[in-house]
Design a protein around this ligand. Sequence first.
Ligand code: PLP
Length: 488
Amino acid sequence: MDGRPLYLEPRLEPRLRSLLAAAGTLHSLTDALGSPLHVVVPDQIAENLERFRSVYRAHHLSGQVFYAHKANRSSALLRRLAATDAGVDVASLGELQHALGAGFTADRITATGPKNPEFLWLAARTGVTVSVDGTDELDQLASLVRTFGLAPVRVLLRLSGFEASGVKVLSRRSRFGTPVRELDTLLKSVERHGDAVELTGVGYHLDTTGIAEKATALEGSLAALEACRSRGLRPRAVDVGGGFGVSYLAEREQWEAYTSALTSAVLGRRPPLTWGGHGYGLRDESGTLRGTLGLYPAHRSVAGAAYLDDLLAQPAASLGGRPLAAVLLEHLYDLHTEPGRALLDQCGLSLARVLEVRGPEPGGELLVRLAAKADDIALEDHGVLMDPVVVPRSGAGPGEGPVAVHLFGGLCLETDLITRRTVFLPRRPDPGDLLAFANTAGYAMDFHATRAQYQPAARKAAAWQDGDVWRWCLDEQFWPTTPSGGAQ
Ligand SMILES: Cc1ncc(COP(=O)(O)O)c(C=O)c1O
């Protein structure tokens, strides 16, 4: 191993830290249910919801927090949320059915994203709010309402292409929503379908961490609400979508040390830090660094509910520079949010059994093969770099360390790497040990899962604390009554 280990240790809050320390439970769970295995922690999502709620309270704002279901298929997490006062944002027919079956009533559901006719029909039939992409979707919805004699459907208009006042900077291009410059056409369509739809608000979702861009979009949405009201329409909600983010790493210094070492490695000033010299978007062009780092900012000083707080404190330049929260409050508008990743922060981990440890390679790295595919632990797909935690088989000694390893999956593909990064571990893993990837509930558990080569997709268990003991059941068997209902 060359030089000091470059650790990227996960940020662990007490619940996940405690679960990781329950090595015996994690091993018997994996022995019983197989590797890989995802474990979700439903009580954490309720705690995360409460953090969002407290930001609403601090700004005296009303409105709903809609969990973006797409980020995890788990029934346990969804049902735990159904037992709170949260809403859910569904993006497919299956997600809508799942939400209804988990106990969410229509007034707590919004339907977003691309919609097929069946999805639109069930949304209209059950009376959920539909976030419409454009005039075509409005036409389809109105036609369903008329054909099937349904009650008018509540709609939110998804907008895009916002422009900061005075500055020609558009928010990033999106394939979703209607550009705000076409609002007039969209509103004519709303008016034409006045018998079939009821306009309740406008919204956006921007896939960015940039707060200025989001503040511009929120300000633009407030202007759009005014435009609606000046024509006699009565929307009163603004939906700011998701994208509040998660801080994955415990230490900022580790993230900075890693990214600067990666840059040096790409420029050939130190040995490679990745399999095959992969640069995560960076490349060397005759000694000059080119490209952009295509990684999630794994350490963030502001994320989740705190990011919402920051957004609300941004000044609305076109509205006298007052904070956006003050403008929302003054108009008594409802604020809707759709956090996915942020509500799932600390809500689970993924376990993979070590099958083989080979090496070391000439560079000093060990090759570690796991009973999992890269698709099962998809942190890398989302650009999240974070070390797994070694959970030794009970009775194992401390092991030698630190070591540098490459983590491979079980497919016969050169590309089946759990991460392309050389991972540094404080101890050498042995076959039979588990590697626990913390904080995988947001998008990294099942979003990309496949059954390639007839290998199983990971199963999912739900776990909760009963005093000092961790208890569990299969994800699909969890209901809010489970932990206290003595079902175990
Ligand atoms: C419309 C909409 N809302 C909310 C989200 C959730 O985003 P995040 O998980 O980043 O909070 C997404 C993500 O794709 C989305 O498309």
